[in-house]
Ligand binder design. Structure first.
Ligand code: MN
Length: 735
């Protein structure tokens, strides 16, 4: 037992609280501080008896999460309060109602969302994880802060994994790489994403992680020297043009270098862009773009630029909200180096993501990354009819692929994932455009719908009112939006055709003097081997079920009903003694097959629909099990003639009178006369038929196998009990 210095601990908690308020990125009002105080006191009280595995008071965890939320992510007081309380409902006696009373309904609702998520994630199964992920995304709809606090929670947990068993570390780390890092990335939390990735990597591939980490450290001196010589070459020119700026080096993260090494299949030494240079300048929003290009101009006066690596994220920000001008130049020592040019505002957005974006949003920007993203996400979720794994795959695909930029005929810029086709573009513009696409023109040339777009393409979609999506369109698109829209349009079309088919089927049957009632439809579903009536109607609608098919069915159906009534009459006659035919005893309710009278799975042939008591035979069909036909079935002769080897004897029996066989295995000590005792007991005392028996003895131990035929289970159970009582028998089990 470790002695805990409560006084010291309380001091530390108070210290942490002050720090939390101090580091908040958002300016906190008096009301904000009051809310945070209440949340803090509640959390301290709720967790007062809990400790983490490390022995530390539990409250340090929610405080740490709140600090990440307040500083690194820069969210509001509501979020800070919710972060402090995030484990309260899950782990303590406090209820949601308590929280609502104490800190209000918004915070309580967010905590509720967080509690829901933590209830979800405890599975090994990938598909379950994916399903949880989907549910997690669904909660975004409630309040995006839920997801952000969850990410902060995960970030802190990742920094305190050391106390856990290794398998748990790996599981949590994998989940982090699979779900949380992409999510953080998509929300624009670049720093958080990088940290999550590096930590995830650290626990999933510790050796690789350590190797790359030490390589980077060794490289540091070279990197510093390089940036120094780069700066020396340009600072005079920059000083002349800029009032305030800073040149920094930025190492790529351990995880991203690892990914590059894998992708290029080269060792660490051969990765060239291990670090980038950042120039961060001070500027008003009005002049920041102009200054970026001024810096570009100065740099390219000194170094040769690589035109294929120019990225202008200022004119067209990434959908995450990222803005910067990226260029790659031939720097000192004839080495390519990437330079990221950003204003302080852009830098803050890049570092902090969402919150900064929100803070700087001045109303004139028509697209805010997070909202666009949420809208898109919502669409995918609502029209989602794929299973969860596909959903995550789609989602991840859309996350990781690089973006391309193309133009509408009006010159508007649209961003799409790399690999997107002309048809994806059509759906991206508008669903109505997508489903009416007849063709596409890219850079004034007619192209197929499956044409893969490239950045800079001008795309013009040709629509027509008469066009409808076809099933092969699914193969032409890669965005989940287009795919789900095509699917739902195809489904609608299918429904429409089925509705038409239903009416036409009703007419056709009526013409054949058959009423389309439930019974008839049930027969039809079986007859044409479809899954449901909808499929039946659809087949009629599209004409796969022809008039001839329907006519054949109607004939058989009428016959079946006739036969059915004939049988009813015959059975009635039997019971009343009018027909004395031993074959047609009632109670014949079960079919058995072959000489062994085995019970096998079967189905009744639709052509003759035998009923219990009919003389029948089984026909072993290819891929559809045993079909039972009447011996008088019109097809019987043909089947017998062509496939005699597939015919199996079948007869109706009274299931209540039927024997079934069971196998018993007996083990025990070999003693003289035991075999005799066993058989005596079974056949003479219990009157049970033995169909097979074998005994083997070795080294004083014997094993007996006995097959018996019994009428029911209770007889068998009684037999087992009696056998166990025999001297020398150790175990009796059913095989
Ligand atoms: Mn937690």
């Amino acid at each position: 037992m470790i002695a805990i210095d409560t006084e010291k601990e309380n001091k530390e908690i108070a210290q942490q609280y002050k720090e939390l308020l101090r580091i908040s990125y958002q300016t906190l009002s008096t009301a904000d501080k009051k809310l945070i105080r209440t949340a803090f006191d509640t959390a301290v009280d709720a967790h007062k008896n809990q400790r983490r595995k490390t022995g530390e008071a539990y409250i340090f965890h929610p405080i740490a999460v709140a600090k990440i939320v307040a500083e690194q992510i820069g969210l509001d007081a509501t979020s800070i309060a919710a972060a402090l309380l995030h484990d309260v409902v899950e782990d303590t006696d406090y209820t949601l109602e308590d929280l609502e009373r104490l800190v209000g309904s918004t915070v309580a609702r967010i905590v509720h969302g967080l509690t829901k998520i933590s209830h979800l994630k405890k599975d090994k199964d990938v598909s379950l994880q994916a399903e949880n992920f989907r549910k997690m995304l669904l909660t975004l709809h409630d309040d995006v802060r839920v997801i952000i606090i969850k990410i902060a929670d995960r970030l802190h947990n990742m920094t305190t994994l050391d106390g856990l068993a290794e398998y748990k570390q790996v599981k949590i780390a994998s989940e982090t790489l699979y779900i949380y890092a992409p999510l953080a990335h998509r929300i624009g939390l670049y720093n958080v994403k990088t940290t999550l990735e590096d930590l995830g990597f650290k626990y999933t591939e510790p050796e690789q992680y350590e190797r790359i980490k030490s390589n980077i450290e060794e490289d540091k001196a070279f990197q510093d020297a390089y940036i120094e010589s780069f700066t020396t070459l340009v600072h005079d020119a920059l000083d002349k043009e800029l009032s305030k700026y800073e040149i920094k080096g930025r190492s790529k993260s351990i995880f991203s270098i690892h990914k590059k090494m894998l992708k290029q299949n080269v060792p660490f030494e051969q990765i060239f862009d291990k670090f980038a240079i950042r120039i961060i300048y001070d500027a008003t929003p009005a002049e920041e773009k102009f200054i970026a290009w001024k810096i570009y101009s100065i740099l390219t006066d000194h170094f040769v630029p690589n035109p294929t690596r120019l990225r202008d994220w200022i004119t067209a920000p990434k959908s995450t909200g990222y803005e910067a001008l990226h260029i790659t130049v031939m720097g000192p020592e004839q080495k390519w180096v990437e330079v990221q040019i950003r204003s302080e505002r852009m830098h803050e957005i890049a570092e902090r993501g969402y919150a900064a974006h929100y803070k700087y949003k001045q109303g004139e920007q028509k697209e805010i990354g997070i909202e666009t993203w949420l809208d898109r996400l919502q669409e995918v979720l609502e029209s989602n009819n794929t299973d969860a794994v596909d959903f995550v795959q789609d989602f991840k695909l859309n996350l990781y692929s690089k973006e391309i930029f193309v133009f509408t005929p009006a010159g508007e810029l649209k961003s799409l994932p790399k690999g997107a086709t002309a048809l994806d573009f059509a759906f991206h513009v508008h669903t109505e455009v997508g489903i009416k696409t007849r063709g596409a023109r890219v850079n004034n040339k007619l192209v197929p719908l499956s044409y893969q777009l490239k950045s800079g393409d001008h795309v013009d979609i040709i629509t027509s009112e008469s066009v409808k999506p076809t099933a092969n369109w699914i193969d032409f698109v890669i965005t989940s939006r287009a795919r789900s829209k095509i699917k739902s349009s195809l489904n609608e079309e299918k429904k429409r055709i089925a509705a038409e088919g239903k009416e036409s089927l009703r007419r056709k049957l009526k013409h054949l003097k058959v009423t389309m009632d439930d019974k008839c439809l049930r027969y039809m579903v079986r007859y044409f081997k479809v899954n449901a009536t909808q499929d039946l109607f659809y087949k009629v609608g599209v004409g796969t079920l022809t008039n001839k098919d329907i006519k054949t069915f109607a004939g058989d159906y009428t016959n079946t009903i006739l036969t059915f009534f004939k049988k009813r009459i015959r059975n009635f006659q039997k019971r009343t003694g009018q027909v004395k035919d031993a074959k047609y005893l009632p109670n014949y309710d079960k079919l058995v097959f072959g000489k062994e009278k085995e019970t096998l799975a079967y189905s009744l042939a639709a052509c003759c629909n035998p009923i219990p008591g009919d003389p029948v035979f089984g026909f072993v069909s290819v891929g559809d099990g045993i079909k039972v036909h009447q011996k008088e079935c019109p097809n019987a002769i043909a089947l017998n003639a062509n496939y005699a080897y597939r015919i199996i004897d079948a007869r109706w029996v009274d299931s209540s009178a039927q024997d079934y066989s069971a196998k018993l295995i007996l083990t025990g000590i070999d003693n003289l006369g035991l075999v005799n005792e066993v058989t005596q007991l079974i056949s003479n005392t219990m009157h049970v038929n033995i169909s097979k028996i074998s005994f083997e003895a070795e080294g004083g131990v014997f094993e007996g196998r006995i097959s018996v035929r019994v009428k029911n289970k209770s007889i068998l159970e009684k037999l087992v009990i009696h056998l166990k009582k025999l001297h020398g028998i150790e175990k009796v089990v059913r095989d």
